[in-house]
Design a protein around this ligand. Structure first.
Ligand code: AMP
Ligand code: DBH
Length: 555
């Protein structure tokens, strides 16, 4: 395996191969095989374009040729991919797979702090992004490339108009599409090696990189497609950015392509856009985070979209954050479709409620694991096994859960047990049927409607402000997003200009992803709610978490 990655112990690898989970298929070969079987079927619908499987396959070949010949990219080269929901995202990632290069996925909301970190941590050789969308992603990529230690990564603009107004130092994607295909550039990567990097929401400091292998990921994809009963007639709508793990693999676009179905990319998650696409494209399956599900429910339930014909929609998948049971119970009557809850993580383990589950299970649990070989432990704070039904921290290992973050030995020693279980930081209880109910978490993280924020990371940026003496970022409950972030900031003596807008401006200037910018900033003389004198930000977080966990009215 690539240095910095943690392999599964050989006895586990053998077991997963013998069970037929790890088949040796690679992501590059995956598309080739689908293109043979489903050549003329529609693979992708997006931004007015419609590509068949054969077309997507050919585009991947042509771009692979250009990337190899003109940018000298090849096996093992990491490439940061930060693209919105446009068809080019598929062309780019499959071209990279074909030459054995490794996509490093960044969300469109990420800014220079995150993208710079991804590029530096992987030694990226190129950044593929796209102009448009109200933020200058290309300019940001140029700044990140200029700041790189070592050879300057290429910057590629995948926006359709990029070649019309070429920008200094930027390669338009159109210039990299070779007219001919050179099969000598195709690589045959080791299916047991890292195929790409996903980003973890993280709990401490900078986001961690998650290396996923061809073998492990494609197993989760195939099994997910089976569980979700996908067929060539599946029409899947991704309302989330498709580079996120959920719309990529749970079952996501890869699961849909495995089955030969069609993927419809929504440019934004709004009810008008998405419900319009569901009606127009006869969408059968869609995946959303809870706040988006709630918006759709309200828009259809007597709102602006109540006249839509949503009769094609068979299943709405909701995941990424806690979906309140009251909202879950509205899905079937309001949208006229089934609900499927999805509790997953980019590190691996994914749980689904199943088509055969009864209503109470579908609305009241977060599903059960994909694989019979997903090992689940629920433990008490002292590490002892919880009793059946008792809440505890979820630990897991299995055929598609990583054994370590990339190049992070110190962090791995805390995030994994000695025998290789990933400490999810989620508090769950199990039901007698083996379903999991997410009850809370022990990890220091804010889940803002599915977008994860590590308080530490934001605090470190706040502490870099010369006028900030101390800072604490904590979750505050929110009826729509579940949680939002609030930053408490103590000014240094004499720092009178440390106002709320100044703090927000400072954070934006640091290049932090928009969803990590605190929703509320309180400039305070000392941290509130403790009354025990000088309190560190860690103590404060612990105190607030503790207070929130106690029933109201008790001190
Ligand atoms: P990440 O590790 O950044 O991929 O984020 C995964 C985390 O999102 C999980 O460990 C949970 O904390 C949270 N999560 C995902 N799906 C759900 C869900 N259906 N209900 C509650 N929390 C969820
Ligand atoms: O939140 C997640 O990271 C997530 C949610 C649902 C995920 O990675 C997944 C399904 O695969």
């Amino acid at each position: 395996m690539r240095p910095g990655c943690t392999p599964w112990p050989e006895e586990f690898a053998e077991r997963y191969r013998a069970a037929g989970y790890w088949t040796g298929e690679t992501l590059g070969a995956f598309l080739r095989d689908r293109a043979r079987r489903f050549a003329d079927r529609t693979a992708v619908v997006s931004a007015g374009e419609r590509w068949t499987y054969a077309e997507l396959d050919e585009r991947a070949d042509r771009l692979a040729t250009g990337l190899a010949r003109r940018l000298d990219l090849g096996p093992g080269d990491p490439v940061v991919v930060q693209l919105p929901n446009t068809p080019e995202v598929f062309e780019v990632v499959f071209a990279l797979f074909r030459i054995g290069a490794l996509p490093v996925y960044a969300l469109p909301a990420h800014r220079s702090a995150e993208v710079g970190h991804l590029a530096a941590a992987t030694g990226a050789r190129a950044l593929v992004t796209a102009a448009g969308g109200g933020f200058d992603h290309v300019g940001m990529a140029l700044r990140v490339a200029a700041a790189a230690d070592g050879p300057r990564p290429h910057v590629v603009d995948a926006a359709p108009g990029a070649a019309d107004a070429p920008r200094e130092g930027v390669r338009p994607l159109a210039d990299l599409r070779s007219d001919t295909v050179d099969p000598t550039v195709f690589a045959a990567p080791d299916p047991g090696d890292a195929a790409f990097f996903q980003l973890s929401g993280g709990t401490t400091g900078l986001p961690k990189l998650i290396p996923r292998t061809h073998d492990d990921y494609l197993y989760s994809v195939r099994a997910s497609a089976d569980i979700c009963e996908l067929t060539p007639d599946t029409v899947y709508l991704s309302a989330l950015p498709v580079v996120h793990n959920f719309p990529m693999s749970s079952p996501g676009f890869l699961g849909v392509m495995h089955a030969g179905g069609s993927v419809v990319l929504a440019p934004d998650p709004s009810p008008a856009t998405c419900l319009g696409l569901i009606e127009a494209e006869r969408v059968t399956l869609a995946s959303v985070v809870p706040p988006v599900a709630m918006l759709w429910l309200d828009a259809v339930d007597g709102g602006a979209e109540s006249g839509r014909d949503l009769s094609s929609l068979h299943t709405l998948q909701v995941g990424g954050a806690r979906f309140a049971p009251e909202a879950a119970r509205r899905v079937a009557p309001v949208l006229g479709c089934r609900l499927q809850q999805v509790f997953g993580m980019a590190e691996g383990l994914v749980n689904y409620t199943r088509p055969e589950d009864d209503d109470a299970t579908v609305t009241g649990t977060q599903g059960r694991p994909i694989s019979p070989d997903d090992e689940i432990r629920v433990v008490r704070p002292d590490g002892a096994e919880a009793a059946p039904g008792e809440p505890g921290e979820l630990l897991t290992r299995g055929p598609y859960t990583i054994r370590g973050y990339y190049d992070a030995p110190a962090h791995n020693a805390r995030a994994f047990t000695e025998d290789g279980f990933y400490r999810t930081g989620d508090v769950v209880r199990t039901t007698p049927t083996g379903h999991l109910v997410v009850e809370g978490r022990v990890k220091d993280q804010i889940n803002r409607g599915g977008e994860k924020i590590a308080p530490d990371e934001v605090e470190d940026h706040l502490l870099a402000h010369p006028g900030v003496h101390d800072a604490a970022v904590v979750a505050m409950p929110d009826p729509y997003l579940g949680e939002r972030a609030c930053a408490y900031v103590i000014p240094r003596d004499g720092a009178e200009d440390l106002t709320r807008p100044a703090v927000l401006r400072f954070l934006r200037g640091r290049g932090l992803a928009s969803y990590k910018i605190p929703d509320r900033v309180e400039v305070v003389p000392a941290f509130p709610a403790t009354g025990v004198g000088k309190v560190s930000r860690r103590d404060l977080r612990a105190a607030i978490a503790d207070a929130a966990a106690r029933p109201a009215g008790r001190a």
